[in-house]
Design a protein around this ligand. Sequence first.
Ligand code: ADP
Ligand code: MG
Length: 263
Amino acid sequence: RPSPMAARGGLQGVAMRIETHDAMILMEDVGKWYGDFHVLQDINLKISAGERIVVCGPSGSGKSTLIRCLNRLEHHQTGRIVVNGVELTDRIRQLSGPLSEIGMVFQGFNLFPHLTILENCTLAPLTVRKMKRKDAEAKAMAFLERVKIPDQASKYPGQLSGGQQQRAAIARALCMSPKVMLFDEPTSALDPEMVKEVLDTMVGLAQDGMTMIVVTHEMGFARQVADRVIFMDKGRIVEENNPQDFFENPANERSKLFLSQLL
Ligand code: ADP
Ligand code: MG
């Protein structure tokens, strides 16, 4: 097992800019283990600004781990990850600096239950960005309007439907002006009738040019917005293609099997 990457990187807490040309996200030979279990193997991925990537694959294939390595909820052990010109090392703290530019939306919404929707949206801008309350609230209301729930601002998460909570979570992430948005199965915990309202919000984001990585099995969404579909199996990227070719003519046996089981 290779040694950890702790020795790598710049001075303590000082992020050095790296020239990655047009890549917003660069993963080079990334490897990660959970104990002895090799969960990510030889991951190579280059994502340009404005690109939309859909990641799919069987349960347990490493999709969430890949996303979580990008926002430092997990740490990789080999290879390197560069986001917006900054290499992600063990020293980079999650909420400060470059990582505050990565927005994340989870399957389970993950709103703070004891805060109102507006407070959920203003918390990080107030504490991490040190915005003035008035400005943070105005920005939050603008995004809540954009996800079509301005009328829910003073309610608590538990008072909202699942679809509304997920749209609130998207608004909350947008309040930090992220350069990249990561979504990990954002609709899989929703009742079917609420899936569309969340997907429509995400399509709107894509149309505005947001760089997005979306783990989803919503193939309609993938066809509509993805520039590339990435198929993972057993910790590896085993196929990467445009949605048309991926869905109509998958090259890999495991992709074929996976797609046949979805329909
Ligand atoms: P996916 O999102 O594609 O379903 P995950 O990235 O969640 O896959 O998990 C990949 C594999 O890693 C699974 O076998 C899972 O059981 C394992 N795994 C995930 N998180 C941990 C952890 N914290 N510790 C040990 N094993 C884990
Ligand atoms: Mg997952």
